[in-house]
Design a protein around this ligand. Structure first.
Ligand code: 5GP
Ligand code: MG
Ligand code: MG
Length: 179
């Protein structure tokens, strides 16, 4: 696994420090609002797990799975709901927890869908942001790191379902996905 990584982009320590910072910020902003943190499966699992433990206010969690990628490294633009929420979000303050925003297609679809269900508010927190590749006008409300246009893995992010358990974020060697 480790030998397939060309370069470490963000270390475990950098990630931890950033998640603590984000946890403080959202705890302040969502005080008294009992936010519903929605983890977008599967990539956002480590971020969600770390983030909610840095939140010092009452929250609730739920999970959604959408597909837009398959095993390729570029967006297909097709969004399908593979798993929906368990409860109604009407009147709730929703915080979508994402691993990375690339084209923005997945999240712009998701945000519209959740707003349509009459949430009181819908905001986005993402660990990583790749603004160079955006295809729609979508900005996260909270973001950990802005990164250059490279395909990254680790800390939840996969290539063909692998590398999600890397404790840091790295750039995959090109030969891994061209072989
Ligand atoms: P978007 O719809 O914004 O183009 O894509 C969002 C999803 O694509 C992310 O949640 C993630 O699953 C996947 N994705 C986008 N960029 C990367 C990347 O650099 N590495 C990995 N592993 N997945 C990515
Ligand atoms: Mg994701
Ligand atoms: Mg993926």
């Amino acid at each position: 696994m480790y030998e397939d990584i060309a370069e470490t982009l963000l270390t475990k320590e950098q990630i931890q420090k950033k998640v603590q910072e984000l946890g403080r910020i959202v705890s302040e902003e969502y005080k008294g609002l009992n936010p519903l943190c929605i983890c977008v499966l599967k990539g956002a699992v480590p971020f969600m797990a770390d983030l909610i433990r840095e939140m010092t206010i009452p929250i609730e969690v739920d999970f959604m799975a959408v597909s837009s990628y398959g095993n390729s490294t570029t967006s297909s633009g097709v969004v399908r709901i593979m798993k929906d929420l368990e409860t109604s979000i009407e009147g709730r303050h929703v915080l979508i927890v994402e691993d990375i925003i690339d084209s923005g297609l997945t999240l712009s679809y998701l945000v519209e869908l959740l707003k349509g269900r009459k949430a009181a508010s819908v905001k986005i927190i993402t660990m990583l942001d790749k603004p160079e590749r955006r295809k729609v006008d979508l900005r996260p409300d909270y973001s950990g790191f802005t990164i250059p246009d490279a395909f990254v893995v680790g800390y939840g992010l996969d290539y063909a379902e692998k590398y999600r358990n890397l404790p840091y974020i790295g750039i995959l060697k090109k030969e891994v996905y061209t072989r």
